[in-house]
Design a protein around this ligand. Structure first.
Ligand code: SF4
Length: 446
């Protein structure tokens, strides 16, 4: 339903098409500067999978290193546990205002709702996230959360907030956002950020942003809380530069993202900046189910978003059609694995299986193969609707013998006419353009 609405909205189609095309072409230009592209992708895969295959060892090393520097580490099994931890820290500090930078993990657990229920105001400070918070919407892209919004949309929202006319001019919009958000950084009692990587060896949290808001959230408030997935660990500091260079190039086409912020513990004696208290929350929330399975490689994802920008399905349907958090090919694989295939049975089908996502992935995750595996699991677990299973079973029987194939191709023209008008066939064909079958079958041409 959401996808149909987005497909029919020319404004959304124009915004998402131009934005994803821009990100895609910048990525290609940035990668064209590199030699041995396949070697670099293989190295990134090796670094990520080495970390994924020893998550518990890396967690223990990180905990020892950070606690030795005065930080607190917690591993939370569920969204509820993680939210309760954050709310508890806020209450202990009497926090009323929280400044938040972009974090898909906090979107995943619905942190803002939990804070609001506890009477704590949480303000998104990433520009895209702030726009969505004003609009009451969720991110539709993991790197560019408000990718569907035009400058006119943003001008309307900012005009409402400021009560004066804000023109749809980029510099004016940026200045307006600055006026609205600057005081939030100064007044916030607690800052919450995500993490792009977490280095086990040194107990370091790494965040990259292009706006600098992440650094302000991490260093101005008295308390800094990091919420991140357990899979974001890397083993050694020497692994980091390689991943950072591929992340910037793949996400936005930059050689390096504008701000790379490394935090190793709270403020120490004699230091001028930094929080008095630092908490790092590692979120499991279904991730452990992937370890040692055929889906383990999905944990190597570095959330660069390039699979979204090349996906023909994402570029048409936009992100909201996938659900409230992860979208595009990475979301179509990850979301069903986190919440259970029965909760998201249509997502593995949100792909043409063209393989563009796999080719674009800087860490070589075989996304289209994982989507096929999920489709196969859907059949094996009998999660697909009865009529769909019946249809595919009959098709399989028909095409298992030459005679069955011949008869079915004869009946296909009839099926096309009536099958797309009746029952489930009508629903299926309602969202698709089917090419007309040839008047004569190829085998009948002489
Ligand atoms: S699956 Fe690969 S391409 Fe997609 S977001 Fe993750 S790292 Fe990037």
């Amino acid at each position: 339903m959401i996808a149909r609405g987005k497909l029919a909205d020319p404004r959304v189609q124009e915004a998402i098409d131009s934005s994803t095309e821009r990100l895609r072409s910048h990525r290609i230009d940035a990668w064209n500067e590199l030699d041995d592209v396949e070697g670099r992708r293989a190295r990134a895969y090796e670094i990520r999978m080495r970390a994924v295959r020893d998550i518990d060892g890396n967690l223990n090393r990180f905990r020892s290193a950070l606690e030795a520097r005065g930080g607190h580490v917690s591993v939370c099994a569920s969204a509820e546990e993680a939210n309760a931890y954050v709310v508890d820290v806020c209450k202990r500090h009497g926090a009323k205002l929280l400044a938040k930078s972009k974090s898909m993990a906090t979107e995943e657990i619905g942190l803002n709702d939990a804070l609001e229920a506890a009477g704590i105001t949480s303000v998104e400070t990433d520009l895209g996230e702030y726009i969505l918070q004003l609009e009451g919407e969720h991110p539709v892209h993991i790197v560019a959360p408000a990718i569907e919004k035009t400058k006119e949309d943003v001008a309307r929202l900012f005009t409402d907030v400021e009560g004066v006319d804000v023109p749809p001019v980029l510099e004016e919009l940026t200045a307006s956002a600055r006026r609205q958000l600057r005081q939030v950084f100064l007044d916030a009692d607690v800052g919450v950020t995500g993490a792009n990587f977490v280095v086990a060896e040194t107990g370091t949290v790494v965040t990259v942003t292009n706006e600098g808001n992440g650094r302000l959230c991490a260093s101005l408030p008295r308390v800094h809380i990091v919420v991140t997935g357990i899979e974001r660990l890397v083993e050694r500091m020497e692994d980091l530069p390689h991943l950072l260079s591929l992340l910037g190039r793949s996400a936005t086409g930059q050689r390096l993202t504008s701000y790379t912020h490394l935090v190793t513990g709270p403020r120490r004696e004699g230091e001028q900046d930094g929080p008095e208290e630092l908490h790092v929350i590692f979120l499991e929330n279904g991730r452990r189910n992937l370890i040692d399975t055929k889906y383990e490689e999905m944990l190597a994802c570095i959330r660069c978003g390039s699979c979204l920008n090349v996906c023909p399905v994402y570029r048409k349907t936009a992100g909201a059609a996938y659900g409230p958090v992860y979208s595009g090919p990475m979301g179509a694989v990850l979301a069903p694995l986190l919440v259970g295939l029965e909760q998201a049975p249509s997502l593995p089908h949100a792909s043409s299986l063209c393989g563009a996502c796999t080719q674009a992935c800087p860490v070589k995750i075989p996304l289209h193969e994982l989507l096929l595996e999920l489709r196969s699991d859907l059949v094996e677990e009998r999660t697909a609707p009865f009529l769909e299973r019946l249809g595919f079973s009959l098709w399989s029987v028909a095409w298992s013998t030459p005679i069955g194939y011949r008869i079915s191709t004869r009946l296909a023209r009839l099926g096309q006419r009536w099958g797309s008008r009746l029952g489930p066939g009508r629903v299926w064909a309602g969202g698709r353009d089917l090419p007309a079958l040839a008047r004569k079958r190829f085998r009948d041409v002489r």
